[in-house]
Design a protein around this ligand. Sequence first.
Ligand code: ATP
Ligand code: MG
Length: 561
Amino acid sequence: MNESERPLNFLEHLVEEDLKNGFPKEDLRFRFPPEPNGYLHIGHASSICLNFGLGLRYNAPVNLRFDDTNPAKEEQRFVDAIKRDVEWLGYEWNTERYASDYFQQLYDWAVSLIKEGKAYIDSQTSEEMATQKGNPTEPGIESPFRNRPVEENLQLFEDMKAGKFEEGKHVLRAKIDMTSSNMLMRDPIMYRVLHKSHHRTNTDWCIYPMYDWTHGESDYIEQVSHSLCTLEFAMHRELYDWFLNQVVDENRVRPKQREFARRNLSHTVVSKRKLARLVEDGVVDSWDDPRMPTISGLRRRGYSPESIRNFADTIGIAKRDNLIDVSLLEFQVRDHLNKVAPRVMGVLNPLKVVITNYPEGEEEWLDAENNPGDESAGSRKVPLSREIYIEKEDFREEANKKFFRMKLGKEVRLKNGYILMAESCTKDSDGNVIEVQCTYDPKSKSGSGSEESLRKVKGTLHWVSIKHAVAAEVRLYDRLFTDESPDTHKDKDFMEFVNPDSLEVITGYVEPSLKDSKSGDQMQFQRIGYFCVDPDTTSDKLVFNRTVGLRDSWAKIQEKS
Ligand code: ATP
Ligand code: MG
């Protein structure tokens, strides 16, 4: 979709409105704020496209900010992967920022809050604090430490920072309102002791700010004008506002938080925590396993950045959570690859066909178009010889007249080649067909004249010459979960719905033009689907991933026969 033709989503309308009301365009600033505790997934793509899309629309800076406040879960390798993925999606950030860059500022602000009597050190256990929290209809109970003298709070906070306490001994809490109907306002924790090394600040700190204390303040430090996040943060807005009120300078931009719906994709899970479990439990090989809904998994699977961006654009930005069918994503990748992927021939489930009137030892190289929809893609040569493979399911001894593939006594065309007549077949002791004998019509070569008008042959098959074919490992992927929405069942863990057949590895035979394929190359195996070359490929082993099947093939095949 052309960016300028797309209707504005509700957040873009909001920005338009702010501009109309006098907000200076040059003050617009956005950010994409991932926590580096896992790889980005397809849900994040919506947020990335939204924030970077706004940046492009208004020519405004967009920061990539890592919300790295939890050293127990965060790692440098996740930072690296996130940067790689955002870049691959085609976006350029203004600056790379880290919440950890603001640890000192946040600490200083916390000290000010203590001095103003707006924060205190609580020395109860987390269980004790939990019992005092109350519930949405019952107010909470104030901590016995709530009215600790400022001096004592300051000293304890300093001692916390100096590493004098073990984890859990003390926390810093904001002194807000234990009776608020918003539970998040009931004296939320701002700091806890964590004797853990941080991937950027190492052991400089042993107290870490909570996400809620950090996030809004970081937006303010960066002068983000529109702080866009997902709906689960709607209830947090009041708290972020309270925190901002403590520090904001009226002459500077105050971030405006607005929420949009998380995107959920059918037959998968989009939560880093759940995806991490799939990796840790060995359900998939890695974060970039092509079955994963991660950006890196989709890339390895053969998805293009364009198709993911188009997907995000098509589903748009919503106000309510909903489930997007994975077929919409598949449609986008098919649509994109249809335009750009060269066509090749590969047989995945081979059946030997002998062309009995084709001279033994001979071969010829036939012209094959690389992309019928794009002349500039050029052509290549594919070899034909007396023995070829076709797909097993493309042959039947007998079939009704809707079966336009190979059947005894009927003609069928070889793609880029000749018309064959199936004469007889050979079976093994179990009755399975193991070879078909055909004759060919030497005058029926594709592209050699008007022979097609002479004899109507409805079916066209893909094939490979056995002598020239290259054996390859082909990985066929299916949905990772059998259930449409595996993580929404109250009494069942999402892991119970893992599809045991999400990966099938077979040996296929491909035309020799693919012999030197490189990792990442994409192609359409005609009549089968879109494939790409996996990074596991070596000089003596080709590995293909099936990106997505073909819905419409060029052969007029009616499956119901
Ligand atoms: P996860 O549960 O997968 O860890 P998260 O929200 O904790 O997700 P963050 O790293 O905090 O992950 O996300 C960065 C940004 O991406 C946030 O602004 C978040 O709101 C947004 N985001 C995360 N998941 C989705 C999703 N499924 N759809 C749309 N936006 C999302
Ligand atoms: Mg998170």
